[in-house]
Design a protein around this ligand. Sequence first.
Ligand SMILES: [Zn+2]
Length: 86
Amino acid sequence: MKLLYCNDCGDIVALSMDVRTCRCRKSAGCYDINGDDVKVSGPCRVLCLDNRDLAWAKAYRNETAVVKAWVLPKEYRKIVRSEGGE
Ligand SMILES: [Zn+2]
């Protein structure tokens, strides 16, 4: 699962097939048609949550779950940036 983190307002938005924007509206993004690559704009970074960890967390609701997360590099093969985002 990929999320957009806006460096300006600190908002985190789950990416979807539709374009979603952060609270300050400077950053926006969505999944590409392939459902894996993302298109983003504005002063943002892309965060990833481990899908297997999330599935486990959903299956074992009564236990605290650790979900691995990481930040993709600003320039990355699965990210298309537009409008000069940082
Ligand atoms: Zn923002």
